[in-house]
Design a protein around this ligand. Structure first.
Ligand code: GLN
Length: 508
């Protein structure tokens, strides 16, 4: 029974809970049991809120028993990246500087999950303040990839993606500043969507780089991601960059999966040298599948994408240096050395020195430098100009095609520890994902098979507010590549080679 529960899709769980064949409490308990049994090996969760989750589940059950009609995901559990404020629940951003902090309010995304009757299981691990590509920058230890626990689960949202891949949760929430939803989805064989910038609210999300950060849905199937997208998206007056426009029809697109006549542009610059052969092969096969489903595939050039990584690593740290100035040890968070003999400035220095990890400090220093007078125009100013050129590349490309595609990341999951000492190698993992953050358009990663037993991701990029096109392509791929299991990951689980993940998931 509980194996069937944890293996079901979120859509299926929602239907069975609404039909009262299952209670939300039963479903929630099945996932809590599985987390208790297996998260020791994965470290997907920083905090499991068992009591709070069961309380939310019982409340949803009571509403449904009373005949209330709730949404399609009512009663279904979800894992929340520990970057979202949740009232009264520890929220750390995986940083020692926020250890033990409990927000006095809910993020808009958190509140919308609760309002739709979803049950929040707990807070998932991430790179500190979402800065990283492997979840190794967490102050609370790395998350392990369920496909091979010696490898990275991607970052920064490795905890959310690993929770899905290990069947510790049916749904999860991430944030994507430079790829933190799509990269973990890619290397764990799951679905991850970065909505159009402004499509989901940043209110109550601990800020990394405000002009780039965007919350989004993570799931094992395209339909599940779409249903979750609809729960969290939509205008929020509390976020000044929130777009006041209808939510794109994403679940309709996920159900349709019709790509007949869709013009698909392969970005010439996102492939070739540095891309693993296994990644390029799966990508090519996915293109064949789209062609077979009636899509028109052409090559498109976006010459300025080559400069995206360089521009991002100036703009992002500049915003980081400003956003993280709020951790001053005076109002909340860690305070070190306040023994009555030191000045406020000395206490700030000691606290920030002790509370921030190396990568966070590196970015604060780079950002402060890039913004300093005398260097501002040369660094921050020119990076912003490049950002505009990249947005223009997208505009020109979307005159010719409906969506752009590329591999989600140049390689499959790399071994834990391999790139920790080499920040530039780590940054290269985001080569394909960053252009969409700089331009603010919608983008997603969908599983497209395995290379040497490890998942490969297929990235789709769509114009702003055309998020539904992502789901259309994702659903077409899922149909072409998945068999009876309904998702690519489930099939690999049934047929794939033995591995730590398979053992973990088969025991379910
Ligand atoms: N890996 C990228 C970085 O370290 C992206 C992080 C993110 O999207 N939060 O900046």
């Amino acid at each position: 029974m509980s194996a069937a529960i944890v293996r079901a899709t979120a859509a299926e769980l929602g239907r069975r809970i609404a039909a009262r064949e299952l209670t939300s409490v039963e479903v929630t308990q099945a996932f809590l049991d599985r987390i208790a049994a297996h998260d020791g090996a994965i470290n997907a969760f920083l905090h499991v809120d068992a009591a709070g989750a069961l309380e939310q589940a019982a409340a949803v059950d009571a509403r449904l028993d009373a005949g209330e009609k709730l949404g399609p995901l009512a009663g279904v559990p979800v894992a929340l990246k520990d970057l979202f404020c949740q009232r009264g629940v520890p929220t750390t951003a995986a940083s020692a500087i926020l250890a033990g902090w409990e927000p006095p309010y809910d993020a808009t995304v958190t509140r919308r999950l609760k309002d739709a009757g979803l049950v929040i299981l707990g807070k998932t691990n991430l790179d500190e303040f979402a800065m990283g590509s492997s979840t190794e920058n967490s102050a609370f230890g790395p998350t392990h990839n369920p496909w091979d626990v010696e490898r990275i689960p991607g970052g920064s949202g490795g905890g959310s993606a690993a929770a899905l891949a290990a069947y510790l949760a049916p749904l999860a929430i991430g944030t994507d500043t430079g790829g933190s939803i799509r990269l973990p989805a890619s290397v764990t064989g799951t679905v991850g969507v970065k909505p159009t910038y402004g499509g989901t609210s940043r209110f109550g999300v601990i800020a990394m780089a405000s002009s780039l950060d965007q919350p989004g849905p993570c799931a094992r199937t395209v339909e599940d991601a779409a249903l979750l997208h609809e729960v969290i998206a939509g205008h929020d007056p509390a976020d000044s960059t929130s777009i006041d426009a209808p939510v794109p029809p994403v679940s309709e697109a996920a159900r349709s999966g019709d790509v007949a006549g869709l013009r698909v542009g392969v970005v010439k610059e996102l492939g070739g040298e540095g891309y693993e052969p296994g990644v390029e092969e799966r990508f090519a096969e996915a293109l064949d599948a789209l062609r077979a489903a009636g899509a028109e595939v052409v090559e498109v050039s976006c010459p300025n994408f080559t400069y995206a990584l360089g521009a991002y690593y100036l703009i992002m740290p500049s915003e980081v240096s400003s956003n993280l100035a709020r951790y001053d040890a005076m109002r909340y968070g860690l305070r070190v050395g306040d023994d009555g003999t030191r000045s406020a400035e000395e206490v700030m220095n000691l606290s920030r020195g002790a509370g921030f990890g190396d990568e966070v400090k590196r970015r604060i220093i780079i950002g402060t430098y890039a913004l300093s007078s005398g260097y501002y125009d040369a660094y921050y100013g020119s990076a912003q100009q490049v950002r505009t050129l990249i947005a223009r590349d997208f505009d020109a490309a979307f005159e010719q095609v409906d969506v752009l595609v590329s591999p989600s990341t140049p390689t499959v999951a790399f071994p834990l520890g391999e790139r920790v000492a080499d920040p530039l190698a780590m940054y290269a993992a985001d080569l394909c994902t960053i252009p969409s953050n700089l331009a603010g358009n919608a983008s997603a990663s969908f599983p497209c098979g395995l290379s040497d037993g490890l998942p490969v991701g297929f990235q789709v990029m769509a114009p702003p507010l055309a998020d539904d096109r992502l789901y259309r392509v994702g659903a077409a791929l899922e149909r072409a590549l998945a068999g009876a299991g309904g998702c690519v990951l489930c099939d690999a689980l049934a047929d794939g080679p033995a591995g730590a993940y398979l053992d973990v998931a088969k025991e379910a």
